[in-house]
Design a protein around this ligand. Structure first.
Ligand SMILES: Nc1ncnc2c1ncn2[C@@H]1O[C@H](COP(=O)(O)OP(=O)(O)OP(=O)(O)O)[C@@H](O)[C@H]1O
Ligand SMILES: [Mg+2]
Length: 460
């Protein structure tokens, strides 16, 4: 039977030196292995996904949709965490859901990239991903000012990954707060993956000293499904928004557009008491890949007389699927009414909605004025600070700020928004078509001072 022999601590300098040498060698080998680490079975990085050289404090990978931004940052992040045991990092996205969906669980997220990562969605100090070597990263979203405080509570960090940085509605305050705690290790720094947007905060950050910007277009990534690329091309090619969405260009405030980025800045965290809420629909009356999106925007009128945009539920779905979304939004927001434009074959809308929920209060609107004439007074209300976004709606805001009336096809989110705000603030004037019988709709909460709103037909 083998005897166990206790190793005596040694003070022999030769043995100690040899031990230290072997230990350093082992660590060096491990570092090399981690430095050269590639996710197994995944193709190598594309040239635009390789981090730039030099001593940057922020690597900003700006690009079109699907260009491989998230994958590039996920691989950088995972490698960095593997190479340096006990590193504390952070992943900061516009919302927590975005962070989980893109950076953690999505096809280009950390769990797909590095099988050794553990995802602790309900860890005591906040959701985090951990590595076997003790490295960990907090996963956060900052949709509202109160979320920015959580950046402070998370303690100091060595590496931040800003996912879809330009879509972060709290960007400036979140960046400033994060910077205060980004001070661990020899070279604390950040990386960011984003499709650029012309918000004031983003413009300021992208040109700061120490920022190294790289760029890619959708077409630089050969790993997207061909049909998807073609669909994106069909939808955006030769449009202003396509320069941003496909080519990853930063659009300046667009000459001729009725909205500017500055007009988006009246956003609020919570709406006040609302006296009236509508769900506005700009329907796609055909379905299939080439069909338009269906714009679905929910907005309310506050007791202060201002309008509050509550949700952009726009989608690219078949009529029965978008109708389901409309009905869900109607109930979720305790709305008073659904309104829809019925110009282009949209008579279908009432029928589809009625099939979903026959008691839905619905008003069909026939657009009699031109789009510009309809949109201008709504844009003027924005300019006066009387329309507020509750949180941020990056796709809707992109459409507002990049569309020029009369040029190209009219964007669906914008149209739905114009209908909603017109209805709440300006009076839409179209004939009513009420599908609901008189009486209160069961299960729909009453809200605020708006009692009796299910009174006589035509009253509202
Ligand atoms: N080097 C690569 N090797 C293999 N697949 C890749 C590579 N780079 C990107 N991909 C894949 O291409 C697809 C798009 O990449 P990714 O999600 O990183 O793009 P994105 O620019 O973040 O897109 P989005 O604009 O939708 O956020 C993903 O399925 C991703 O896994
Ligand atoms: Mg992405």
């Amino acid at each position: 039977m083998p005897t166990l022999r206790l190793l005596e601590p040694t003070t022999d300098p030769a043995k100690v030196a040899e031990y230290e040498r072997l230990k350093a060698l082992r660590e060096e080998r491990k570092r090399e292995a981690d430095a050269n680490w590639q996710p197994s079975g995944r193709p190598p990085l594309e040239p635009h996904q390789v981090p730039p050289g030099g001593d940057w404090m922020l690597w900003l990978l700006e690009g079109g949709r699907g260009c491989g931004k998230t994958e590039a940052c996920a691989r950088y992040f995972a490698r960095h965490m593997r190479m340096r045991p006990e590193t504390r990092g952070r992943i900061i996205a516009p919302t927590f859901g975005d962070a989980v969906e893109s950076c953690v669980e999505g096809p280009s997220g950390l769990l797909s990239i590095d099988p050794e990562i553990r995802w602790l969605a309900s860890a005591p100090g906040g959701a985090k991903v951990t590595w076997p070597n003790g490295s960990e990263a907090l996963v956060l979203g900052t949709p509202f000012p109160r979320d920015v405080d959580r950046l402070r509570a998370g303690g100091n960090r060595a590496l931040d990954w800003w996912e879809e940085m330009a879509a972060n509605t709290q960007l400036r305050s979140a960046w400033d707060q994060a910077a205060l705690g980004l001070r661990l290790g020899a070279r604390p720094h950040s990386i960011a993956s984003t499709t650029p947007r012309g918000t004031r905060d983003y413009r300021e950050i992208r040109v700061m000293a120490g920022v190294s910007r790289t760029h890619a277009t959708l077409f630089d990534n050969p790993h997207n499904p061909t049909e998807w690329v073609e669909r994106m091309r069909a939808r955006y090619e030769d449009t202003r928004l396509g320069r941003q969405e496909l080519m990853g260009e930063l659009l300046e405030d667009v000459e001729g557009a009725l909205w500017t980025r500055a007009m988006m800045e009246h956003r609020v965290e919570e709406p006040p008491e609302l006296t009236r809420v509508v769900v506005a629909v700009d329907p796609a009356v055909t379905s299939g890949e080439s069909a338009d999106d269906t714009g679905i925007v929910v907005a309310g009128r506050g007791a202060d007389g201002h309008a509050y945009v509550l949700e952009d539920a726009s989608c690219h779905l078949s009529p029965d699927q978008w109708a389901r979304r409309v009905v869900r939004a109607y109930h979720a927001h305790g709305a008073d009414r659904v309104i829809a434009e019925v110009n282009n074959g949209g008579e279908l809308v009432g029928t589809v909605l009625k099939t979903m929920d026959e008691r839905l209060p619905y008003k069909a609107i026939h657009a009699s004025r031109g789009k510009r004439t309809r949109a201008e007074p709504v844009a003027a209300l924005y300019e006066q600070g009387k329309v507020h976004h509750v949180g941020g709606f990056s796709e809707l805001e992109d459409e507002l700020c990049s569309s020029v009336p009369g040029e190209g096809s009219s964007p669906d989110r914008l149209d739905a928004l114009v209908w909603a705000v017109t209805e709440l603030m300006l009076g839409s004037g179209g004939p009513l078509r009420i599908l609901v019988p008189q009486g209160r709709v069961p299960g729909v909460p009453r809200r605020g001072t708006n009692s009796g709103r299910f009174g006589a037909i035509g009253r509202w």
